[in-house]
Structure formats: C-alpha cells, structure tokens
Design a protein around this ligand. Structure first.
Ligand SMILES: [Zn+2]
Length: 521
C-alpha cells in the first residue's frame, strides 16, 4: 500500500484540487462540493498549498541559467477552465501573444518535457483556444513551449492567461485571467528582458450576438458525431463519471425547431442523445453504452462541434493522443463476453509514486506484472477486463474508481504490496481487504484470500475491513489484495519472481471466478 502517510495526504489533496476545478467550472454549490472547498481553504490556511502567480516570477527570469535543477513537465490535461500541468517543481513562466495567426506562447523556463509529450497536440475547443501544441522549444537553457492556437472569432481569445503553482500536488494551473492582454513580440532574442504582458484592466466583452441555432446532429458509421449550428458557437464539455454521460454546454444557443438528429440503431454505441435548453445555453448529453467513450476532436470550422465515439482503448486517427494525459482512456478492454462479467484490475501506484520501497523492490513494479497476469487469466476465463494502468504511469485514486463506475464493472480488484517500519522485516503474509460495511465485498475477499493462501503457502494475515479509497468509493464488490511484504526479504524475492507473480495472479483470478459463479454468472 505504501507506508508514507504524507504520500496519502498528497493523494487526497490531488483529488480535492480536481474537485475544486470542477467547482469553479460549474459553479456548483452542493453540500459535497462546499465541503471540499472548505477543505481546500483550510489547507491553504495551514500552508500546504502555496499559490504563486506566474506574473510575480518575471523579475528573476535572467537568472535561469544559474539554476542547477531542472523542472520536468510530465503531463498536460485540459480542464473546463484551463489547463492542468503536472510538474516536479515550480517553473518560471513567460506568456507572450502573437497576432496573425493569433497565438499565445507559454514558455516554461528551465523545463524539460517528458518524452511522451514531445510534439504533441491537445484539442481544446474552448476558452478561445482551438488547440494547444507542446514542444521542447530549446534545450540549453531548456524551454518547454506551449502554443495556444487561438480562435479569433471567440472574444475569450483576447483574455490574458496566468499560472498558479500548487506545491502540494505538483500542479501548475494555467487559467484565463479575464483581462485583456497586450500584444507583444514573441521572439525572445529581440527583447531578452521581456517581462510578462501587463494586463489592461478591462473585462473581456461578452458574446452579444443573437443566439446560434443548433440545427443538426449527425452520427457516421465511423463513430464521428457532429453538432452543427447556423453560426459560430463556443462550448465546454465534461463527463459525468457516475452516469457515463458526456455533456456539452453550448453557450448563447437555442435548439432549432427543425433540428435534424440521427436515428440510433439498436446496436449503436450511443444509447441516448438528449438536448435541453437551459437559460441561454443548450445542453447536449450523450450517453454511450459501457466500454465506449466520447472524445473531442479538432474542429474544422467554428459552426461545428466534432466528437469521436470510440471504444475506450481506441484512439481515433485524426488526432494526436497525449499519452498519460487521460489515464482512464488507456485501459485495454478485451472483447470478452460482457455477460460473463466485467472486472477492473487496478495495479497500485505507478509513475512518480513507487508505493512501498524495500529490499531493492518498488511496489509499483511488482504489482504491475501480477495485475497483467491477473487480467490475462480472467480473460482466458471469458471475463471482460479493464486495467487502470498497463504501464508505469501515475494515476490518482479518483479516476481508478471513476473508470469502474463508468463501465459499470461487476468486480474491482486492486493489487498492492505491503510494508512495515524497520525492525519488522520478519513479518510476512497476505492481507485481503474489503470495504468495512460491505458483506458482499467480504465474501469476494474471502474467496480470493483462501485461493492465494493455498496456492502460495504464504502466511495468512486474514481478510480485513478497511476504508481505503478505491474499495470505499466503488459501488461494486471491491477488494484490495496486499500480495506480500516488500520489507520481508523472502517475500520481496518471491514478489519479484515471475513464476510467483503468475501463481499469485492465477489464484486471485480463481477466487474472483468462484465468487462470480456463486453469484450466478
Ligand atoms: Zn500500495
């Protein structure tokens, strides 16, 4: 599980900050969100989060060559109100604007891009931005450059942007400041002492034209879903993880009385499309069947919204994926019979989060092969398997749960390895956890636990109830298997042995299969 308490609290903060983004994006004021917001405020008060506005860092921009440690940019994700970057330190930011074509250049000083981000493109279609291109602009000194290709027909494209670094979650948030930016030259060599654009204190002009009419929805056999309007539209998108519905909110729009919509075949991956007039906006909810997802693709013109409906594992050809950008989309479902059952296999930790570390072993590296073996064994039994990760990537706890909910999994199994403080290296064995008040979770845990004990001969440290996030927040029967102690030399050796990993995986699969059969599947 990883024994560092501070790691857990960082995880919690990561979950909270993404909720906060949601809060700002939708202005929701439900009790749950208010509580989360209060959580954030309290955290700020105790000094865990130190927000720093990028503009304040401009003075030291000439000292960058003296810095020895470099910043690494690991991932970029579009949110409803901006961009969320994961970085290992706070980079100095320089934001510049260029006209014709209109672009915003965001340079992260002394920053290297993670390999998978090189030359990548992220579709935005919101906040006045068509897309964001990412590149290593310069190596020595290193500059990572984000180019925002602006949609000049959208008034939001005139707004200046700012950066805010949150140390506790290693997150850099880029958001519009809602102030108009001055146009300044982009070539740094022309003006090496360039500071950030000074915002002019005028709010961006609201869209004042007559509402656009949503006239047509079309859905092609290749999965392309196009929303067409009679004039340019701006929109934002979000996914409701519990219902699996993809929601578009089109600003300043109405539903045309002559709306044309596709007839959906019985075997269509789209279950339902619902249009609702909400004030001056049109909300379009697209619900897919389990295992399918909706993604934005690059708009060809601003009167249309282009979406791609695809299997979770499939990336459409007409856009460049950002690896690690959206981990839950990296899941690899097989084409097994859904009626046999859908299992989510969750390999713990990953990426910068190693989990427990002892005897030269990283938890993240031993639980991954066990999980992949487990998935294969389940597939061979006819189950449909989704993985939360299939390689060494960092994933928050929340999307792991969201995946299981979205695809309406029958069983969630999280694979971990245990650790104890120094002086306890003699302790070894298997612990299988279920959510404290879940009888059915306990039943699943018992089947799996006995299979592991009899297959491996490891010490029986019993089935236990606990409140771990992934088993507490999932609505289906869920377990977390502690496959052994990396702090015990013998068990550490076993856990890194491919034969033992396979033995462990097969035993977990047999336990799940037993559980499913008893429940009539
Ligand atoms: Zn763990």
């Amino acid at each position: 599980m990883g024994n560092a308490l501070d790691q857990k609290s960082i995880k919690n903060l990561a979950v909270r900050s993404s909720q906060l983004l949601d809060l700002y994006a939708h202005g929701r004021t439900t009790l749950r969100y208010r509580q989360l917001a209060v959580g954030i405020l309290m955290t700020v008060a105790t000094g865990y989060i130190s927000p720093v506005v990028g503009a304040l860092q401009a003075q030291s921009i000439n000292n960058i060559s003296n810095l020895s440690s470099k910043v690494q940019l690991n991932s970029i994700r579009a949110t409803n109100n901006g961009l969320m970057l994961t970085v290992n330190a706070n980079p100095q930011i320089r934001i510049q604007r260029e006209d014709n074509p209109d672009r915003l250049i965001v340079d992260l000083q002394n920053t290297n891009l993670a390999q998978q981000l090189h030359q990548s493109t992220l579709p935005m279609n919101r906040l006045g931005i068509k897309q964001v291109r990412v590149a290593q602009f310069q190596n020595n000194p290193a500059i990572a450059r984000l180019v925002f290709d602006l949609d000049s027909s959208d008034p939001n494209s005139k707004v200046a942007w700012q950066g805010q670094y949150i140390a506790a979650t290693s997150t850099l948030l880029l958001t519009p400041s809602n102030q108009t930016a001055q146009a300044i030259p982009i070539n740094p060599s022309v003006n090496p002492n360039l500071s950030l654009p000074r915002p002019i204190n005028t709010p961006s002009s609201p869209i004042s034209s007559a509402p656009a009419a949503i006239e047509r929805l079309s859905f092609s056999s290749t999965g392309q879903l196009i929303v067409s309007a009679n004039q340019p539209v701006s929109y934002r998108a979000n996914v409701d993880p519990t219902s699996g519905t993809y929601n578009l909110t089109v600003a300043n729009a109405r539903i045309s009385p002559n709306l044309q919509r596709p007839s959906l075949a019985a075997n269509s991956p789209i279950e339902r499309i619902r249009l609702t007039q909400v004030g001056n906006s049109v909300e379009i909810g697209i619900k897919t069947i389990a295992g399918w997802q909706v993604r934005e693709t690059q708009r060809l013109n601003n009167q249309q919204i282009q979406l791609q409906v695809s299997l979770n594992s499939v990336v459409p050809n007409n856009q460049t994926p950002l690896p690690n950008n959206n981990p839950v989309n990296q899941t690899v479902p097989n084409t097994g019979d859904r009626r046999r059952g859908v299992i989510v296999v969750d390999a713990g930790h990953g990426g910068r989060d190693p989990g427990a570390v002892a005897n030269g072993i990283y938890e993240k590296n031993v639980v991954l092969p066990i999980s992949l073996n487990l998935g294969q064994a389940l597939q061979a039994m006819g189950y449909t398997v989704y993985y939360t990760r299939t390689n060494d990537v960092e994933i928050d706890l929340e999307p792991r749960v969201a995946l299981a909910e979205r695809i309406r999994a029958d069983v969630f199994v999280s694979v971990h390895a245990n650790a104890l403080a120094p002086g306890n290296s003699g302790i070894s064995g298997i612990e299988t956890y279920h959510s404290r008040n879940s009888t059915v979770g306990k039943e699943l845990a018992s089947y799996v636990h006995s299979q592991i004990i009899s297959a491996t001969g490891a010490r029986d440290r019993s089935v236990r109830g606990a409140g771990f996030y992934v088993i507490a927040k999932t609505s289906m029967p869920a377990i977390l298997v502690e496959t052994g102690f990396v702090t015990n030399p013998t068990e550490a050796r076993n856990l890194s042995n491919p034969n033992y990993q396979k033995q462990m995986a097969d035993a977990i699969a047999r336990g799940i299969d037993q559980f499913m059969r008893v429940r009539g599947r």
